[in-house]
Design a protein around this ligand. Sequence first.
Ligand code: GUN
Ligand code: ZN
Length: 434
Amino acid sequence: MSSSVKAYRAAILHSIADPAEVGAKHSYEYFEDGLLVVEDGKIVNVGHAADLLPGVCGVEVVEYADALIVPGFIDTHIHYPQTGMIASYGEQLLDWLNTYTFPTERQFADPAHAADVAGIFLKELLRNGTTTALVFGSVHPQSVDAFFSAAEKLDLRMIAGKVMMDRNAPDYLTDTAETSYRDSKALIQRWHGKGRLLYAVTPRFAPTSTPEQLDAAGRLLREHPGVYLHTHLSENRKEIEWVKELFPERSGYLDVYDHHGLLGPRSVFAHGVHLCDGECQRLSETGSAVAFCPTSNLFLGSGLFDLAKLEKHKVKVGLGTDVGAGTSFSQLQSLNEAYKVMQLQGIKLDPFKSLYLATLGGARALELDDKIGSFAVGNEADFVVLDQHATPLLEYRLRQARDLEEKLFALIMLGDDRTVKETFAAGRSVHRRD
Ligand code: GUN
Ligand code: ZN
């Protein structure tokens, strides 16, 4: 076997289906003593170590004691320019944007600053086991150049875009319908499909775009099949009222985006906390996805995400951190908060559903499940080694656990960046905890 083959031995767990469709028990594969075989950055085999070891004679086998290997986490909504303003006190969405966000994003006119923050941001994602993210830049095209340059060096599968924003924001942070079209187009030509990088057309949200700019976003999507649409939707009640005032001719918030041709299988709408059944139905029939951002929804007091309603309408849902309104880069911490959001609605979030949301569900939301999100043979080898002994409490708690379900739940509730022992992207180690 060729020398580029390497195998990783530990407990291995991955989602293979949505628990909502097949039931939790049939939604995953688990190998207590498993082997993940990687060649040229791709997964070539996964299974029980006893079955696979004889076939990988002469191959280097890296063994991890007391570890669990899972697919790299997928963050379906995050803002890299907001890294430095995470945990900013006291406001709800619209005041939070004016008080903290816009002044912070202004700094990304400077390419050196953008490069610094892109480096810090990617390091933080990898420290937390996140190998793919759908990322907002700032309005400045150079912010996206800085981000993609840094991600390209690490050969990460990342999706990002320049914010389009031509009204209701400070002059220093606005573009126009025409310049946003031109700059986005140039970025698509420069970055979309380069290595593992993909582009997302990124109007911030309906209140900060004129109908002309939303038209320009629709044109970009039509002219560049394969690029994404990434924006915010129905996050906060005052925001929703404002959208009604700004677009009185439209029947609702989602209809604003629909009217401009922004719905489709590569469209991801962050939040969707206050959607009606009709909007869920429209998201579903267009194949659009929603990013559930629990730490952000709680932090900004936006409301409780209605996962059951979206599931009822078969809307694709991924998990997002939404840093800097979200309070953690960790998908484990996000799932911890997601569990509580569901508890407040009288619903139990199954730990295998949680795993699905952070991995295969995210990949499906991004239409990337033929590449990432599970250990299907041929997928890109993005994976995380979780340390079951990361803290004394975690070790002690897991020792009491009787089965995998209990173990996984405790790992989610008690886990964070300390739990991530090593992160691999395209088969290469990109983070190793001390
Ligand atoms: N809506 C418009 N912009 C933003 C943003 O930066 N963060 C969040 N959470 N919601 C938004
Ligand atoms: Zn956001």
